[in-house]
Design a protein. Structure first.
Length: 256
């Protein structure tokens, strides 16, 4: 088994592993396909995957889609020679489908304003919407068992002052005439696409931030299934440094 020397705090990775022990045996012998693997969640996702693989002796592989993997690997060179990671160069809207069987898909790729220069607005929208459709087409092509799509609490639009909490059945939304809200509208479109691909087994989870506690929050948005999945409305809230615990808890909850 190849040794993994993480850059992230070992205590955090052990914390994640200790709280997700029931998940990992289900992934033994499986291959994941990950978009957004070089982003905010993705770095923790990859490190946690490698940490669990080494500690538990798992046969777990992941294909990571990236437009420029060499740039990411310059920043994180310890991930460059990991046999468990297969880097696929491509754009989420048009990537070539890998030939290997992929059992589970995590779609976390998105676009933001933080690039310099900023990504053009229409390109951001296409990344969200067309990128999600491409990933769902690949999931169907690969006969994936499960698909996880990350969404956002932004899809609800502004929170009315009279509501202290937004219920899951709240039907509000962002103002579709405001281009600055394209991220929220794009995420709404990705959830609609997930619902339209009703022949797959997939879930979308919304992510948000609690300004009062500093916690990241995740909760189920939709279930896209060939047969119904029964689940309860849940909110995961942990300190931001342990946000991958939430992500893997969500994967376990989604049946991955």
């Amino acid at each position: 088994m190849q040794t993994h020397s993480p850059q992230l705090p070992s205590a955090d990775l052990e914390h994640i592993l200790s709280h997700t022990a029931q998940l990992w045996p289900q992934l033994d012998g499986k291959r994941l396909f990950i978009t957004g693997g070089t982003g905010f969640f993705g770095i923790w996702l990859l490190e946690s995957l490698l940490h669990a693989r080494q500690k538990l002796g798992l046969d777990l592989q992941a294909t990571v889609l990236s437009r420029a993997p060499e740039i990411f690997l310059q920043r994180y060179p310890h991930l460059a020679d990991q046999a468990a990671l297969n880097w696929l160069r491509g754009n989420v809207q048009s990537f070539d489908f890998p030939q290997q069987k992929h059992h589970h898909i995590i779609h976390a790729a998105t676009e933001t304003y933080v690039r310099t220069p900023p990504t053009p607005l229409l390109e951001q929208f296409d990344t969200l919407v067309q990128g999600t459709r491409r990933v769902l087409d690949f999931a169907r092509h690969s006969a994936a068992e499960n698909v996880l799509i990350t969404s956002s609490g932004a899809i609800y639009g502004p929170q009315p002052p009279a509501l202290t909490h937004l219920p899951e059945h709240y039907c509000g939304g962002p103002d579709c005439t405001q281009s600055a809200l394209l991220y929220a509208e794009g995420k709404r479109c990705t959830e609609l696409l997930a619902a339209l691909y009703a022949g797959l087994l997939a879930q979308a989870f919304r992510a948000g931030h609690d300004g009062r506690t500093g916690h990241l929050l995740f909760w189920p948005a939709i279930a896209l299934v060939a047969s119904p999945i029964a689940y309860q409305n849940i909110t995961f809230g942990f300190q931001a440094s342990f946000h991958l615990q939430m992500l893997f808890s969500i994967l376990a909850f989604a049946g991955i």
